[in-house]
Ligand binder design. Structure first.
Ligand SMILES: Cc1cc2nc3c(=O)[nH]c(=O)nc-3n(C[C@H](O)[C@H](O)[C@H](O)COP(=O)(O)O)c2cc1C
Length: 177
């Protein structure tokens, strides 16, 4: 039997990773208090329920953030704005102090590190952690939030940071880096 480009292929980890490059995602940074505080860039953030309000994100169990997140009672999720791709890079880089300059942040509710300049942030109480394969799905209830009236999001697509082509305020037209 001959195969064609239309034939489905086995959905193993590599195939899934390649397919997911087609998924455009908003870019978030999740932070939690600690000594030192922790934070990581995540595209896995999503809303789960409105009543009650529940959001989720997934964290690799092998990441340096997991030991703190495994115990954390509160987390902050920041939806990054177009133009914040350097901040996204910092919070995805291993072995550096992600909270050192040029990162600008301040202590917020429950000691949560709140990053400057995000489009929106949510201060959440962790309600559950479900280990699934090599990741934990963290479920959290937003308690306080803040969002901008204008601005467009930082996106990630095909391994590149990007912005909306038709951002209403004209701030994002093309890939940033
Ligand atoms: C755009 C982007 C999105 C990411 N999304 C996630 C995510 O949703 N979950 C996750 O565990 N790691 C994600 N990562 C990887 C982490 O940000 C971080 O690089 C990884 O945890 C390695 O950090 P460590 O050296 O502290 O272990 C993402 C990285 C990038 C660049």
């Amino acid at each position: 039997m001959t195969s064609s480009a239309d034939d489905p292929i086995d959905a193993d980890a590599d195939a899934l990773r390649r397919l997911l490059r087609h998924q455009a995602s908003t870019v978030t940074v999740v932070t939690a208090p600690g000594a030192p505080p922790v934070g990581f860039t995540a595209t896995s953030f999503t809303s789960v329920s409105l009543t009650p309000p529940i959001v989720s994100f997934c964290l690799n169990l092998g990441s340096s953030t997991w030991p703190t997140l495994a115990q954390a009672r509160h987390v902050a999720v920041h939806l990054l704005a177009h133009g914040q791709h350097k901040l996204a890079q910092i919070f995805a880089t291993s072995g550096i102090d992600r909270f050192a300059a040029p990162t600008r942040w301040r202590p917020g509710p429950n000691g949560l590190p709140i990053l400057d300049g995000a489009l929106a942030w949510l201060a959440c109480r962790v309600v559950d952690r479900v280990v699934v394969g090599d990741h934990a799905v963290v479920l959290a209830e937003p308690e306080l939030l803040r969002h901008a009236d204008v601005g467009s999001p930082l996106l990630y697509h095909r391994g590149r940071y990007a912005g909306l082509a038709d951002a209403p305020d004209g701030t994002a037209r093309r890939a940033a880096a």
